[in-house]
Design a protein around this ligand. Structure first.
Ligand SMILES: Cc1ncc(COP(=O)(O)O)c(C=O)c1O
Length: 406
């Protein structure tokens, strides 16, 4: 057994990031300024987007995208229940109604047949205006976007992608975050400490140029001119508030990290893929374990997460006890996600119970996310696979685990 605890997803920070942060701290401007501008330009180029807007988090990227679309009271925004609270909270913050959708069993992404039914039902009921679809690319695996785009076109809705996990991911040879033809779109990325690209906290928004211009106002108090343009030489002290905006700009200290993380992103991905391949070869075909959906001709995952699913009828223990066993063997893990409709606030507010979305309910109880980050050595990966396989054997439904010292 390992002697040291294996963290689930620590950041991977090199000397380049540290040196750039330190040199930024020695300049006279550390808030949103030249480094942020460079990071935005580099990011837009990498993704193939017309431009990009750096913000303080993915949550805020989604918030300002929805605000820029004018989302508010009376609007219906469609989103999956299998997501983190941030996706749904921003809809609530703007006074709109989140309409939840169950997930697809294979990918755990939003089920697009259910999405179509849910939109139709909302239209028939007539109380709310269908305004936005928010696909969440769960674990980095792109949602099947073709039907989502068709629905957005048919009902004149916009698309705001939650791409917190999906950097870099491709759907039909298009990098997630690059233009979606024929609809108004925006894509929100996360640079939170555990994410594929990390700036400690941070996010980025790409999108239709008009939408991004409007979102830029919502990013900084609704001011007609940002601070860097006011305080620099030749800048003017004068500004106007043209929207009741938020305060969610990125600092140059964060951008200093982001610039270098972006340069390493392809290498990060190669190493994530190495780990995923090793997990798959250890677990594929095991009667007690289900590996995540594989990449195919249409979708290539960013592999932010490796959500393993337990065949619970093959175990004498439940998921919580399985995680305890991993912890005893010094292996970190997590669960993605506790579905939205399991949380007390959403249950009360939307009149939901745990069985309101049966697929998400059934899959949630089986999910364990294994450590996945570029710094995992082959020995680390073997420690994880050995631990998982050992737990599956010791606590198999056929064995008398009560007599086994784990
Ligand atoms: C699916 C999803 N969306 C949004 C977020 C929020 O990202 P941030 O912390 O950058 O706001 C997360 C964070 O983990 C997430 O997992």
């Amino acid at each position: 057994m390992r002697s040291e605890f294996l963290a689930f997803s620590p950041p991977f920070i090199g000397d380049e990031e540290i040196d750039e942060v330190v040199s930024t701290l020695r300049t006279p401007w550390i808030s949103t300024g030249p480094k942020t501008q460079q990071f935005e330009e580099d990011f837009a180029t990498y993704i193939g987007a017309p431009s990009a807007l750096a913000v303080s988090s993915c949550t805020d990227a989604m918030l300002i995208a929805l605000a820029a679309l004018g989302v508010g009271k009376g609007d219906a925004v469609f989103a999956p229940t299998m997501t983190f609270a941030a996706t749904i909270n921003v809809i609530e913050h703007l006074g709109a109604e989140a309409i939840l959708v169950d997930c697809d069993t294979a990918t755990l992404n939003m089920n697009t047949v259910e999405l179509a039914r849910t939109i139709e039902r909302t239209v028939e009921e007539g109380h709310l205006k269908p305004t936005v679809i928010m696909p969440v690319h769960y674990s980095g695996r792109p949602v099947d976007m073709a039907p989502v785009v068709d629905l957005a076109k048919r009902y004149s809705m916009a698309i705001v992608e939650d791409a917190a996990h999906a950097l870099p991911a491709t759907y039909a040879d298009r990098l997630i975050g690059s233009p979606i033809e024929g609809v108004t779109w925006a894509t929100a990325f996360s640079f939170y400490a555990t994410k594929n690209l990390c700036t400690a906290e941070g996010g980025m928004l790409t999108g239709t140029p008009d939408l991004l211009e409007e979102a830029a106002l919502w990013r900084l108090h609704g001011m007609s001119r940002d601070a860097w343009n006011r305080y620099g030489k030749g800048g003017s002290w004068y500004y106007e508030i043209v929207r009741p905006g938020f305060k969610c700009n990125m600092t140059d200290i964060q951008a200093a990290m982001g610039i270098h993380q972006l340069q390493k992103l392809n290498w990060f991905q190669e190493n994530r893929k190495r780990v995923v391949d090793a997990y798959n070869s250890a677990f594929d075909g095991h009667p007690s374990l289900q590996t995540p959906a594989k990449d195919d001709e249409v979708s290539n995952s960013a592999w932010h997460l490796y959500p393993l699913r337990l065949q619970l009828d093959q175990f004498s223990i439940d998921r919580a006890a399985f995680i305890d066993q991993l912890t005893e063997r010094n292996i970190g893990s997590s669960v993605h996600f506790i579905p939205i409709h399991f949380h007390p606030w959403f249950q009360k507010h939307y009149g939901l119970t745990e069985s309101s979305f049966p697929v998400a309910e059934a899959q949630f109880h089986r999910l364990v996310s294994l450590p996945l980050h570029p710094a995992l050595s082959d020995d680390d990966v073997k420690d994880v696979t050995d631990a998982v396989l050992e737990i599956a054997e010791v606590f198999s439904a056929d064995s008398d685990s009560s007599s086994v010292e784990a």
